[in-house]
Design a protein around this ligand. Structure first.
Ligand SMILES: Cc1cc2nc3c(=O)[nH]c(=O)nc-3n(C[C@H](O)[C@H](O)[C@H](O)COP(=O)(O)O)c2cc1C
Length: 192
């Protein structure tokens, strides 16, 4: 019997009331009901400088980058709420990925990403639900060795359809929880 998959849940928003974070938590409930152990991460709790190779060359990874990288390393998979900014990934999410992708003494390259599983969800107050940002996130993660599950969910008109941790539409609830469930199921198979 494999151990429970460890899933890190976060969003690419630094906003305290992030709706994408809320949607990621709903996806995470699907992972939890499929047997995963969750860790919730707020990127705003670990402020990072904008990646600059001079900083890394002079001082190595900043303390907060190293702390986030450790969290990535210690988990088997990720559930990521992906806000769409100007039709693509947010700077905060890309900056986090860039820092975590950097090498650290004593660890193999890309150890925060390689062979881990990710599920992507998004939402937006607009009619497209942030779906245009998801291919960018999928492409970036895939290129650094993450297995991104095929299922994803983009929830439009989020202000009208989210009440607490429930969507007004049952099919949306099932779709979002299903992304988390897929992450847990695939991770579990890989641990077996
Ligand atoms: C710089 C910026 C660009 C945005 N671009 C888009 C966009 O391209 N498509 C969209 O649907 N919403 C866009 N939005 C609106 C966000 O979807 C909305 O602010 C959302 O609530 C952000 O996610 P969060 O609640 O998780 O912080 C943009 C917001 C900002 C601040």
């Amino acid at each position: 019997m494999p151990r429970a998959p460890r899933i890190l849940v976060f969003s690419g928003s630094l906003r305290s009331d992030s709706l994408n974070h809320a949607v990621a938590l709903i996806a995470a409930s699907g992972a939890e009901s499929a047997g995963a152990e969750l860790t919730i991460l707020k990127l705003s709790d670990h402020p990072l400088p904008v990646y600059n190779q001079d900083i890394e060359t002079q001082d190595g990874l900043p303390r907060e980058a190293s702390a986030i990288k450790k969290l990535f390393r210690e988990h088997d998979g990720f559930i990521i709420g992906c806000p769409e900014y100007n039709s693509s990934i947010t700077a905060a999410l890309k900056n986090t990925i860039d820092w975590v992708s950097r090498p650290e003494d004593g660890y193999p390259p890309l150890d925060g990403f390689k062979g881990k599983v990710a599920g992507l969800v998004s939402c937006s107050p607009g009619p497209l639900g942030g779906i245009r940002g998801l291919p960018a996130v999928r492409s970036i993660l895939s290129s650094i060795g993450v297995i991104v599950v095929p299922m994803q969910a983009a929830v439009p008109n989020i202000h009208e359809c989210l009440k607490g941790n429930q969507f007004s539409s049952e099919s949306t609830q099932v779709a979002v929880e299903g992304v988390g469930r897929a992450v847990a199921d695939i991770t579990l198979r890989m641990l077996d």
